[in-house]
Unconditional design. Sequence first.
Lengths: 407, 438
Amino acid sequence: MEFRPIISAMLRNRTGAVLVALQVAITMAVLVNAAFIINDRMKLLAQPAGVDVDSIVSTLIYAFDPDYDWDGERRQDLDVLRNLPAVEAATTINSLPLSDSGWSSGWRLEKDKEESDISSAMYAIDEFGLATLGMELLEGRWFRADEVRMLDLTGGSDFVDSVVVTESLARKMFPDESAVGKPLYTSTGESVTVVGVTSDVAAPWPKSAEHETGGLYNVTFLPARAAPPVARYVIRAASGDAAALAPEIEKALTDRGSGRVVMDLKLHSEIVDETYGGDIAMIRMLTTVIVLLLAVTSLGVVGLASFNVRSRTKQIGTRRAVGARRRDILRYFLVENAVMTGIGVALGTVLTFALNLWLVENYDLARLDPTWVPLGILGLLLLGQIATLAPARRASLIPPGVATRTI
Amino acid sequence: MFTYYLRLAWLSIRRNPILTALMVAAIGVGIGACTTTLTVYYLMARDPIPEKSDVLYRVLVDSWDPAEAYYDGDQGTAPPFMMTHQDAVALMRSDIPTHQSAMYRSAFVVESDNPEIAPDTYSARAAYRGFFDMFDMEFVFGGSWDAAADENGELVVVINRALNEDLFDGKDSVGRELKLSGTVFRVAGVVENWNPIPRFYDLNGKFRDSASLIVPFRTAVNLESDINGSVSCWKPEDINSFADFLNSECVWIKFWAQLDSPEQHAAYMDFLNGYSQEQKSLGRFARPIDNRLIDVMDWLKFRKVVSEDNVVLVGLSFLFLVVCLLNTVGLLLAKFIGGASLAGIRRALGASRAALFKQHLVEVGVIGLSGGLLGLVLAALGLKAVRGWFEDFEKITQLDWSMIGLALGLSLLASVAAGLYPTWRVCRIAPARYLKTQ
């Protein structure tokens, strides 16, 4: 193997090698850390909503006419919606999973306890809620129509009697037994009975759920509907494609009655995207940076290798004339790049951890999983080889005659 | 001489178009990435009300749960960011601040007399008249309501210019009637559209527009207008009516005060502490007294208006620029050494090293500035892409002259930094060596 001549040639022209190595090192540090952050955000985005996000659309009804028949209009609205052939089910709810805005409260497992035992997101929903959101009923039953009452979240009404909780919340409150039939107490001592357990549904706050409720899937459903003036309807498309349904819903609701404004008609997928807005932007920006970085670095490698090939034409010719084969020339350039990139990734490993350390210390980012580093090393070595291939091939095609002709 | 060097640079660029294009592209994407992230950062981090930001204070009083602090995070503990209704009303009685206002965000459905305008919801701010003076709002027509309106909760409203255009064709609408969610209000004034970025006085929707409607705080509360913002409660209380809610320990009101002098600041702090003491004797405020007056920029910093993601992006994009520059150094070196024979001839014909140095630096500058221009185009495209992703980014993705200047300056600086070493190398060339091979 011709390591020695490669090294000594490099030592004669250090600048080029140092530049490539430095470029590779910084590229690696940025690449690995950016990819790691992207992966972290992807995991956040992948948290299941527990409801079929793509088939749900929601809208707000804002009543402004003092004579508006709040209950009657709502009933008729929902009847009209449910009778649309494209609609599978419709309900009212106070806020939606992963919508970043909602209501949380604490439950006490014993009456008159000072502190609440567990905190939960609260969804006020009616008897059609299960069919609309589409989660699974694992135990007990869903709400009956006669249980649903008007609930003003800032007060002014009796509390509900029954609740349905998610599997996660049920298991946290009653680890060893069924939650169905168990009483729960509010901070003011009102008691409710758990009548059913559903599969997990996400709370509204994917990023602060730990802080708000101690878990993204700590969720309670209350059989309640909103007090005037604002109500939210949720509609599930029979076809599973809410986008196609949205215009029809808007028309059906605007055509019905006056004295209210129909607003914020949105696909649930849009709402979830807004919640994750900053994270999606971060993923896209970092992906752009990674792509550009790899492009710039590989172009740099191509540029330097091409320059070397050009300036060494005579030497290559000479080597060919004294017996070097084409593939020896090819290998020379590939090995030369591997050595430079190798130094680069060695330095890059240190830089990668240093950059991660800085990010962890100063910003709320996760510590790097070390298995990402060998991946970065392999990737950059491969990139270097691929980038060198074309100039190296050109070098290998230099005819031996060049040497004799120009001397 | 400079134009001669420019011509030489042009010739040299023409000789190696691909290598030159690569360099311009490398500097361009590096500058483009940095300008994009810096613009977002700069617009997020800027002072939204520079002429007064050091005399406007967010007022926090600690009415929270004796068992735990409202905020306990990486910046220590803090009292609630918002206020209870009873505290806000009590603090409004102080005459120490130059201006002050309790406020919250609400919404009304606006019904116009004009049948062609369908009823629609508009955001509203419930505030005291101090709001207008405190934030230096300019009136197009009329003025703020009087103290009696604040006191009695009169049905008056101030609308912004945009809404006045929509409803009244931009004409003087003072005294006109406006139906808000079924209640008839009288227009007291029209204010200039004012959308500070970030919306420092209410960070729920920090990059969104300010409200179209401003109504007296008392009026909004009397109408039990919707609270479009956070409500946080800690105390188990029976809340069975809006009146119960107003008397509860729930916090939901934002409070700002203007304190022009250190004496005023000290006097107001004394007043707040006295108030806390008084509340303690009434059985409230069980936590240690921890009242805060936080000025605009400190408030934005505390609430992390510039997200950490943004700082990280700026950092990473500058590292990216470094990679682009290393790349450029390599390419310049290749180019200059490749053209060394020409340099050798010029030296042999009598050009001094300094002249060669200047000539090459001019070439580097031309490449750098071209890269900077390309970078600006790329940044404009990048910002457009970011803006297209989310409506909230609309206001923080606008290139302005200072960013354009910064981008061009940065590209020139960066390219000259990148060009110094290659230029130095080419100037040290012994002319004889290159003359020989010709």
